[in-house]
Design a protein around this ligand. Structure first.
Ligand SMILES: Nc1nc2c(c(=O)[nH]1)N[C@H]1C(S)=C(S)[C@@H](COP(=O)(O)O)O[C@H]1N2
Ligand SMILES: [Mo]
Length: 394
């Protein structure tokens, strides 16, 4: 299909090809489709969801690493991202209900005290493809997440140097990306002033010690650790302080969950009342062994995975190798702080041949855990059902 492309076309398509991973003529429906591998600028081979706007998923194997490499971090834009940004021209404006409007250059931002920490970035739709009944929208498996060391200036330092006027209510964040069609509203997110002034929120200019990649938000992006990726506005260019509640589409219409304790409804139904999605729920993912692995009886198998929650840290991961009958406490890897994920490990020596189900269940430090059955919501957010990975012992 790409055989006739010239070199120039190839560059124009931003490398939308590489090893097209086998679909092998296996029948597949719209949802269960095996994703094609693609390579975009500054990225390694990732799984393609959509190319316009760009949505790329990280293959599971990268989650063996505590920190996700920049080239492997997933990509999700609702809008068309900027193709390049000239730092000589680019400014971050701070305006609205402030004492002093500002136009900050990159060097202005870098003059402010820097903060750095590891934090999980996860799309609220991560795992959407697992919901039953199925839900329209990006059909992510587990790869719309990553653990990255971010560095940047504190948002509160930026807001305080502009000076919030009394009566400030919400702070909005807009990036350089633009809607693909004019009828679609611009991607703007907001935080209540009290949230925006929290210590940990940063305007990041580095990921894993490097400038941000274009697709992950160059030159700066907002980091709201513990909260879903939707707030982590990329290619940030405008901060506006409002003296009233922000009512834009991406706050009041989308990114909302049922307003009840489970944030769920009877599958297929709609909630009576919704609220904005904010903090991430606790979840774990089994990374090794992969589903349907063949394992030799009496060999020692390393079961490994990751677990995280919305900023409370993981207290415990329980692992079962007998479909939930008995549970064992997993050992943890290095602690990179409460916004990072933790790697967990459990050694298993299956004696008898047969099909086994491996499960993992994480609990955070305030006792929040993962459900045995999925909690359904109409947008397919916050998937955190306990996974079941089947393997064959031979
Ligand atoms: N400017 C802008 N920022 C954005 C978005 C966007 O569409 N435009 N998408 C958000 C969503 S929904 C997610 S999940 C994260 C994804 O970040 P990543 O592409 O670096 O993985 O970016 C967020 N920031
Ligand atoms: Mo997202």
């Amino acid at each position: 299909m790409f055989g006739k492309l010239t070199r120039r076309d190839f560059i124009k398509t931003a490398g939308i090809i590489t090893a097209a991973s086998a679909i092998n003529g296996v029948p597949h429906d719209l949802f269960a489709q095996e994703k094609k591998m693609v390579r975009f600028p500054e990225k390694t081979d990732l799984m393609l969801l959509t190319s316009r706007p760009t949505q790329l998923e990280t293959p599971l194997k990268y989650f063996k690493e505590l920190v996700t490499p920049n080239e492997a971090l997933f990509v999700r834009w609702s809008m068309l991202p900027p193709e390049s940004v000239d730092l000589a021209e680019w400014r971050l404006t701070v305006s609205g209900h402030v004492n002093k409007e500002m136009r900050l250059s990159m060097s202005d931002i870098k003059k402010l005290p820097a903060a750095s920490y590891a934090a999980v970035l996860q799309c609220s739709g991560n795992g959407r493809s697992f919901f039953e009944p199925r839900i329209l929208g990006g059909q992510w498996s587990n790869g719309a997440m990553g653990n990255v060391v971010w560095k940047g200036a504190r948002l509160k330092d930026i807001l305080n140097s502009a000076g919030l006027k009394p009566g400030a209510v919400d702070v909005t964040f807009n990036g350089l990306d633009r809607p693909a069609v004019p009828t679609v509203p611009d991607f703007v997110k907001s935080l209540a002033v009290d949230k925006a002034l929290e210590d940990e929120i940063i305007v990041a200019y580095e990921m894993n010690g490097e400038p941000l990649t274009m697709l992950n938000g160059f030159p700066v992006r907002l980091i709201v650790p513990g909260w879903y990726g939707t707030y982590w506005v990329k290619a940030l260019s405008e901060i506006t302080v409002l003296n009233k509640e922000y009512d834009g589409f991406f706050m009041k219409t989308s990114y909302r969950i049922p307003d009840n304790p489970c944030a769920c409804v009877e599958p297929g139904t709609r909630p009576k009342k919704t609220i904005s999605i904010t903090r991430m729920v606790t979840r774990s993912v089994v990374v090794e062994p992969v589903a349907d692995s063949r394992i030799k009886a009496n060999s020692v198998v390393r079961i490994m995975g990751i677990a995280f929650s919305g900023g409370y840290g993981i207290k415990d991961v329980a692992v079962s190798t007998d479909n939930g009958k008995t549970w064992h406490q997993a050992a943890f890897g290095k602690d990179l702080g409460r916004y990072s994920w933790v790697q967990w490990f459990h050694e298993w020596r299956p004696e008898k041949q047969g099909r086994y189900t491996i499960m993992a269940r994480a609990t955070n430090s305030i006792g929040e855990s993962q459900p045995f059955d999925s909690l359904w919501n109409p947008s397919g957010y916050s998937w955190n059902k306990i996974e079941r990975i089947n393997v064959n012992v031979e």
